[in-house]
Design a protein around this ligand. Structure first.
Ligand code: ZN
Length: 323
């Protein structure tokens, strides 16, 4: 058995950590709270303390560990592992790799959280080690990641794969990024709820309105449930969202020519039918030579994707160094 790898996924409220073997099995995993007070200054030592304690508990020494891989939020220089800014955990100009390497005396590799999840899905999830792959995560926002020739694409400023901020409607709604009509304004949970609110104003008799009056809010889950029950407004929202996603996937696939497109995140778990609608639109919008070689699938690792992908990053980097 080869050496073990530590995979870390830093989120806004919890840090997920796993001990993972070199074929991607999770031997142990746990979570610690993200302490974002004092500009997140204790996060790096919290991670190492927690890892050391767990190694002790598992009767393992540091020598059994090949390295530490991290998926971190925010804007990151992936080569140096320097985090320019991660607003939700308070970091600004944090030398993540350097500090963790100093306390752990182990190799440390960093990528952004979305890329780590994509690497994890490709290694042990629905990707099946695709050489060329596009992944979208539909949550409160729309995340994305791209693998080309087996490597995650970072781009010149770490922005490659930000498909959520490709423009699908130049006159559309204002996005968090300050521009208009990004994919995220329509295809995220937030975007779907915004569509529902517009429908409620147009049609005060709709079941969306009675659902809203009963619970005081509308979620993406409500929209899918009411759609399943035949509500016309919700079916229209689902059809439009799937169509826009299919368009965005077709454009991304035409640029990358991948063998797989993975759709993950909370919204994607709404059901097989939603994925099929996206697939229909994808086939309508894409060149046949692009769509014929490309399978659209649901991501399947869920919350473990980040730690598994962070571990894969270590494996990949160390192999590149060795051979
Ligand atoms: Zn945007």
């Amino acid at each position: 058995m080869g050496k073990m790898i530590i995979g870390v996924d830093i989120g806004g409220t919890t840090i997920k950590i796993g001990i993972i073997d070199n074929i991607g099995n999770i031997l142990d995993k746990w979570e610690v709270p993200t302490n974002s007070t004092n500009a997140g200054t204790s996060i790096i030592s919290d991670i190492w303390k927690s890892v050391s304690a767990s190694l002790d508990q598992n009767n393992m020494t540091k020598e059994a560990i090949e390295g530490i891989g991290i998926g971190a939020p925010g804007f990151i220089d992936m080569d140096s592992g320097h985090v320019f800014e991660a607003v939700n955990i308070g970091w600004k100009n944090t030398p993540l790799s350097e500090e963790l390497r100093t306390v752990s005396e182990l190799p440390v590799f960093v990528t952004n959280d979305a890329n780590a999840a994509v690497l994890g899905e490709n290694w042990k999830g629905a990707g099946g080690n695709a050489k060329n792959l596009v992944a979208l995560t539909l949550g409160t926002g729309v995340g994305g990641g791209i693998i080309v020739n087996g490597d995650i694409m970072n781009g010149e400023s770490g922005m490659a794969g930000e498909i959520g901020h490709t423009t699908v409607d130049p006159d559309g709604i204002l996005c968090n990024c300050g521009r208009r009509g990004c994919l995220e304004t329509i295809a995220s949970a937030t975007g779907m709820v915004r569509q529902a609110k517009a429908k409620m104003e147009q049609n005060p008799e709709s079941r969306l309105v009675s659902r809203y009056n009963a619970s005081g809010r509308i979620t993406a889950k409500d929209i899918f449930e009411l759609g399943d029950e035949g509500d016309v407004s919700c079916k229209e929202i689902i059809a439009y969202t799937a169509d826009v996603l299919g368009l965005a996937v077709a454009n991304a696939a035409t640029i990358i020519n991948p063998s797989k497109v993975l759709i993950g995140g909370g919204v994607s778990r709404a059901g097989v039918q939603f994925i099929e609608l996206i697939e229909d639109a994808f086939h309508r919008y894409a060149l046949p030579r692009v769509s014929n070689v490309c399978e659209l699938k649901s991501a399947k690792l869920g919350n473990d994707a980040g730690i598994i992908g962070a571990a894969f990053l270590v494996k990949q980097k160390m192999e590149n160094l060795t051979f």
